[in-house]
Design a protein around this ligand. Structure first.
Ligand code: ADP
Ligand code: MG
Length: 259
């Protein structure tokens, strides 16, 4: 059975994509599911956070695999979290957009091809996307069955037009199976009126696609990366750790309902 493949994307930066990708991946792995986290962002934040052993030139192996082909097994590495493997990114991946733009054949489905080599090794693949629209993002959307969209504040709603259009274009041209898996309030300050306004606006636009469990703003989420641990391990009793466990349960439950 192929793994369930989930892209984490919002065209706005700093909305919690990497936090959601890493922490969700970690909770799913803690629950016994073998998980692969693919870091597609040349900034390499997810890789630095939970990358485990370091590559000499972070991102180089992923870039080579996207351009020349190869297997995902060859470039996946164990992370610091048991059951979670990582395909790392880093500065070498800054060349990916330019190189992919020059590829005459299948420039948008390179990642899909790579993930298809995975067989049954992982049950879930999560892809942490860069914000800006480009070939890396289309590769992620072409390779995944769903996209999860973190929303941190009112500003992160601004990119949703782009997101919906991009998802529709990818569905039409490359990946008819792609759907929006859900919106995650990734940094909620529930006492603020603006937080309630955001949930209401999202609910009006997207209804049940808005996840019930949100991630509250919590300093442990900010601190965890510099300790190289997901929040559920860095601060297992924090509110955010509870939130991530609740979110993971719902992400998992939705898989069951959909299919
Ligand atoms: N629930 C949260 N509570 C507090 N800080 C958060 C939370 N979620 C994300 N952050 C912080 O917000 C910043 C941006 O998050 P990040 O996951 O890197 O976003 P992106 O990948 O979209 O750029 C980081 O400093 C991160 O630690
Ligand atoms: Mg990020």
């Amino acid at each position: 059975m192929q793994a369930r493949r989930i892209a984490v994307w919002n065209p706005k930066g700093g909305v919690g994509k990497t936090s959601v990708a890493v922490n969700l991946a970690a909770v799913l792995a803690e629950n016994g599911l073998p998980v692969l986290l693919v870091d597609l962002d040349p900034q390499g934040s997810a890789t630095q956070w939970c990358g485990g052993e370091r590559e000499a030139e972070p991102g180089k192996a992923l870039l080579a695999a996207l351009l020349a082909g190869g297997t995902i097994d060859a470039i996946a590495r164990p992370s610091a979290v048991r059951g979670l493997d990582v395909v790392g990114s880093g500065p070498a991946m800054y060349d990916a957009e330019r190189h992919l733009a020059l590829e005459p054949i299948a420039p948008d489905t390179r990642l899909r091809g790579l993930l298809e080599t995975a067989g049954a090794r992982w049950k879930v693949v999560l892809v942490d996307c860069p914000p800006q629209m480009g070939r890396l993002v289309t590769n992620a959307l072409a390779a995944c069955g769903e996209v999860l969209v973190p929303i941190a504040d009112a500003m992160s709603l601004a990119g949703l037009g782009t997101l919906v259009q991009t998802v529709a274009a990818v569905q039409h041209h490359v990946n008819p199976e792609l759907r929006i898996g859900g919106f995650i309030l990734s940094r909620e300050r529930e006492r603020l009126r603006v937080a309630r306004d955001i949930r209401k606006a999202l609910g009006e636009g997207f209804g049940e696609l808005v996840f019930g469990p949100s991630i509250h703003e919590c300093v442990a989420v900010m601190e965890a990366p510099s300790h190289g641990e997901p929040v559920t391990r860095y601060a297992p009793r924090s509110r955010a750790a509870d939130d991530y466990r609740a979110l993971a349960a719902e992400v998992f439950a939705r898989e069951v309902t959909h299919g």
